[in-house]
Design a protein around this ligand. Structure first.
Ligand SMILES: [Zn+2]
Length: 423
């Protein structure tokens, strides 16, 4: 007897419009996809043509900070800010009150939210530096253990107080990998050494060395600034790409934000994108658009990377929630359909084909960035599945489809029903 049988599914990316298939699940895996499966099952659902997608994948999210604003204020900021530096300073101040327990508790609530929205895998950024030591990591490891049946969690070490020229911090990173961190992170804008192009390269090179020593992937915050003009050699992602190729790390590096690419002239952008593709770097766009361009008086910049152009060039591009109701961004629901809708406006992606691409970006492309094994919907894939109340991908994004049922390893872990009545 099957564990689960889903009848009459529109399988995302596999079946043509109107073609309904049955999907069988047993012992945590999809076992068969066919026109008609009649084997008995412990749980049987008729999807009536609704869309079945693999679990959503959140590829860049600051889980150790998530929901910290829920405790202290109503949704929204208490004042307008113009400089991201102000946000960094406020954050360093606020985190002094954090404990391992409080981080685990907030992360747990955030993971509940993620589950409700169909996220079955998440890559979390985690502060690691001499001030907090491994406290944030310990909090996230506690949450990972508690929620392991619902979500696959990868943890990225994210240095806040420098990295290059700091053997003590480098030792801390090594200790983090021994404790259970999965991926090396970096952000040159937070490193005092990285005041010029040489310093930025030094920061990235140090992060790369640590990643390679530990045998882990690298996930960089790259090009967070938005200068008016930028040359090829000024782009962090270009150095990252060259190092990736030189180190034979193709396919193992992700770059988040990459905003400054938008400031490059078209020819420079083409050269940079060619390198990104050659290095097989996954680009993680952040559609939150909250940090940059706030002080602009004319031609207001939005701090988005060149999403369409990267996609057209064949780069693996995804998008993510980044900050969720924390000191940086008071908004966000860990809902990738919502972030996808924001990106559809921000990146001018509203053709039907674009909407399909957006759904692919937060599922298949994100899974590729995280190198998740057995991801997708095929015989043998891990049965992380979401039933959407939509018949096609464009409807899922455009109408913000409800996630009716969410399965992790074939087990039902969440269900949502909204009620709306007209009188
Ligand atoms: Zn980030």
């Amino acid at each position: 007897m099957l564990d689960l049988l889903l009848k009459n599914c529109t399988v995302f990316d596999q079946t043509a419009a109107g073609q309904k298939m049955d999907v069988a699940v047993h012992q945590g895996h999809v076992t068969q996809i066919a026109d008609s499966i009649t084997e008995p099952a412990r749980r049987l659902l008729d999807l009536d043509g609704r869309l079945l997608v693999p679990g959503f994948v959140e590829s860049h999210m600051h889980l150790d900070l998530a929901l910290m604003n829920d405790d202290v204020q109503e949704p929204g900021r208490d004042h307008f800010f113009t400089s991201p530096t102000e946000l960094n300073a406020a954050m360093l101040n606020r985190r002094r009150t954090f404990t391992r327990e409080s981080i685990a508790e907030r992360a747990g609530r955030a993971l509940d939210l993620a589950t409700r929205h169909g996220i079955t895998a998440l890559r979390a950024q985690c502060h690691v530096d001499p001030e907090v030591g491994l406290t944030h990591l310990e909090g996230l490891l506690d949450a990972r253990e508690k929620y392991q049946s619902r979500i696959d969690l990868q943890i990225v070490t994210f240095p806040q107080l420098g990295l290059a020229d700091r053997p003590d911090i480098q030792d801390l990173m090594r200790a983090a990998f021994k404790s259970g961190a999965d991926v090396m992170g970096c952000a040159s804008n937070l490193d005092p050494v990285a005041q010029d192009a040489e310093g930025i390269r030094q920061h990235i090179d140090t992060a790369f060395d640590l990643a390679m020593q530990a045998g882990v992937d690298l996930d960089a915050h790259a090009d967070l600034g938005l200068p008016r003009r930028v040359g090829l050699e000024d782009l962090e992602v270009v150095h990252l790409a060259r190092r990736t190729i030189a180190n034979g790390y193709q396919g193992r590096v992700a770059a988040g934000h990459v905003c400054a690419l938008d400031s490059a002239d078209p020819q420079t952008a083409i050269a940079a994108i060619d390198l990104i593709r050659e290095a097989q770097i996954s680009v993680i766009s952040q559609p939150d658009m909250y940090r940059l361009g706030r002080a602009d008086q004319q031609g207001v910049r939005r701090g988005l990377t060149r999403v369409r152009q990267l996609l057209q060039a064949g780069v693996n591009v995804t998008f993510a929630s980044n900050n969720v109701r924390d000191a940086y961004r008071p908004l966000g629901n860990l809902n990738l359909l919502e972030e996808g809708l924001i990106l559809s406006y921000g990146a001018f992606m509203d053709a039907r084909e674009d909407l399909q691409t957006l759904l692919r970006m937060c599922t298949f492309n994100a899974a590729k960035a995280l190198r998740l094994p057995n991801y997708g919907i095929y015989p043998g894939s891990q049965a992380d599945l979401v039933v959407l109340n939509a018949n096609c991908a464009s409807e899922a994004i455009a109408r913000q489809a409800e996630k009716l049922y969410i399965f992790k390893n074939g087990a039902l872990i969440a269900a949502n029903w909204q009620k709306s009545e007209l009188y």
